[in-house]
Design a binder for this molecule. Structure first.
Ligand code: ZN
Ligand code: MN
Length: 155
């Protein structure tokens, strides 16, 4: 746990390596690179983004290895999987309970601290609540400040 922000509890690379071993996966150089990339990244990358970053520098990196490694981490409870847009699962090494804000324009994902304790069981009678995931959608400050696309005057 390396972050000082109390709403951020990042899973350490050591914990992720242990989780992969427990899942029966050997810590190959490829898997070690994937773990290091994810553990240090607050941007909620997709499997494709991690693959694109590592493919040039890590020999014989494959998309399947990236995907399978992330999948094993999620199943071991060592990283979160967010479905914020269709077809693009994002991975999150912050395992403190929190919400997310997503920019409609650039897709940026930011952590949002969870509000105080809530009586979850009372809100959903007859249901055992495991987690609450809230998504704030809108524009990031960069996109909100950008000029809107200009209409083409030739039309
Ligand atoms: Zn944006
Ligand atoms: Mn997050």
């Amino acid at each position: 746990m390396i972050d000082r922000d109390p709403t951020v509890v990042r899973v350490t690379t050591e914990a992720m390596f242990a989780g992969l071993r427990d899942s029966g996966l050997k810590i190959t150089p490829q898997r070690a690179a994937i773990v290091r990339e994810l553990a240090g990244d607050p941007s909620h990358p997709t499997a494709q983004e991690i693959f694109d970053r590592l493919r040039g520098s890590v020999p014989s990196m494959s998309f399947a290895t990236v995907y399978n490694t992330l999948d094993a981490l999620v199943r071991s409870g060592l990283c979160g999987a967010l479905s914020l847009a269709p077809g693009a699962t994002r991975f999150d090494a912050n395992m403190h309970a929190h919400h997310h804000a997503v920019c409609d324009q650039c897709g940026m994902v930011r952590d949002v601290p969870r509000e105080g304790p809530a009586d979850l069981a009372a809100r959903v009678p007859g249901f055992s609540v495991r987690a609450v995931e809230r998504i704030y959608r809108g524009l990031c400050s960069e996109c909100a400040g950008a000029a809107p696309p200009q209409p083409d005057p030739s039309h």
